[in-house]
Design a protein around this ligand. Structure first.
Ligand SMILES: *Cc1c(COP(=O)(O)O)cnc(C)c1O
Length: 397
């Protein structure tokens, strides 16, 4: 069955090829093996030459990992999926596949902190340049594309400011120039947003977040057209080597089965918390695309199924006040990452985005009084109670 034949909720559980011999096992078998033996030497030669199908060595492919790759491919509506040992391994493999020295990458003005670090390294060591743009309209986007631009890299919603990028518009302009658009779809997962259906070329995920969903695995995924993904697999993956282990692939297959159910609850809870924060006197701004006060709410309605589970807000105070507020939380854990069952709170300026120089951070809208919440699956009543008591202690002091 291809995705076209079934609803996405069903594809979370049954999508992909699933062609491995499993003796009827309901759960995916874990092929915890580094290598695969050949029946004879000639068969080995043929597999290496690509003349016969079959596995060789788990860095080049593994049945459990393949099952995950086929499933995410189905969910994103691409031609081939590829799994990596982390979101950063996936992002770096895609970026090095799309660039060479003297090329230019155009990025959304706001990126995951380590993606920013990677871009800086590519620039400092390999002279692969980059610029940032809010991509607010076609003119602005066209102005930022140069003769050397070989890739547009976008996050939407942007971490942690929750600004959105109009993917259909970016894909349309990029196509005129023949430049591929890569979307980091971590915050949405394929359940909320499918960039390939909107005309973008490549999707990357930190599967560590919503796809895994239980805070117990680090992993990355890439989906795109077969020709491009074959190329990434052949070089950036095989020779750089950031492959996913079979057990971690199994954890992600397990996570995917409940992704839609979890995403709905994360989103419902986040929508309630966003609204309550919006009305709290100590909170100066709330950034949540699912909220109708969000300046890009109408765009959210066109490209996202819900507002998702992450939101950020500013308080009437300083960095110290933000840290003090976080310290008042009882149930909510202070931790980076997102998409877990537990509600997590973090301070982007000193944590996830500490690597971004202060001036650049401010341009991205990451002020010292900005706090990010990844809303979990607990009772929304208990989540709000914890935040509210912390805000009230904060007001008093
Ligand atoms: C976490 C994250 C990454 C990096 O993923 P890892 O799995 O930690 O390597 C990339 N992009 C976004 C948006 C993220 O949240």
């Amino acid at each position: 069955m291809s995705k076209k034949d079934k609803q996405i909720e069903t594809a979370m559980i049954h999508g992909g090829e699933n062609k491995i011999e499993s003796y009827g096992s309901l759960a995916a078998p874990i092929f915890q093996t580094s290598t695969f033996s050949f029946d004879n030497a000639l068969e080995g030669e043929r597999r290496f030459a690509g003349e016969t199908e079959g596995y060789i060595y788990s860095r080049l492919g593994n049945p459990t990992v393949k099952m995950l790759e086929d499933r995410i491919c189905d969910l994103e509506g691409g031609e081939r999926g590829l799994a990596f040992s982390s979101g950063m391994a996936a992002i770096s493999a895609v970026l090095i596949s799309l660039t060479k020295t003297n090329d230019h990458i155009l990025c959304s003005n706001g990126l995951y902190g380590c993606t920013y670090g990677l871009l800086k390294m590519l620039k400092d060591k390999y002279h692969i340049d980059h610029d940032f743009s809010f991509m607010d309209n076609e003119e602005e986007l066209r102005d930022c594309i140069t003769q050397r631009t070989t890739c547009i890299f976008v996050e939407t919603p942007i971490n942690p400011t929750m600004r959105l990028i109009d993917l259909t518009m970016v894909a349309r302009v990029a196509r005129e120039f023949g430049i591929p658009v890569v979307v980091d779809n971590t915050f949405c997962s394929p359940y909320l947003q499918r960039p390939l259906e909107l005309g973008c070329d490549v999707v990357v995920h930190s599967a560590t977040k919503y796809i895994g969903g239980h805070g117990d695995v680090i992993a990355g995924l890439v989906v795109g057209r077969r020709e491009f993904i074959d190329e990434v697999a052949r070089h950036a993956q095989k020779d750089v080597g950031g492959v996913l282990s079979p057990f971690d692939a199994w954890l992600l297959l397990r996570g995917l089965k409940t992704l839609h159910v979890r995403m709905d609850r994360h989103s419902d809870n986040a929508a309630v918390i966003a609204e309550k924060l919006h009305h709290h006197p100590s909170v100066t701004q709330v950034h949540y695309p699912g909220m109708d006060h969000h300046p890009q709410h109408s765009l959210a309605l066109t490209q996202m199924k819900t507002g998702g589970g992450v939101l950020s807000f500013t308080i009437d105070g300083t960095k110290k006040d933000a840290q003090y507020l976080m310290d008042q939380m009882n149930m909510i854990k202070i931790a980076v990452s997102l998409g877990d069952a537990e509600t997590l709170i973090q301070h982007p300026a000193t944590m996830t985005h500490a690597v971004v120089p202060e001036e650049k951070r401010k341009q991205m809208g990451i002020e010292d009084n900005l706090i990010r919440l990844s809303i979990g699956l607990e009772s929304v009543h208990d989540i709000w109670q914890d935040i509210n008591q912390a805000l009230n202690v904060f007001v008093k002091d």
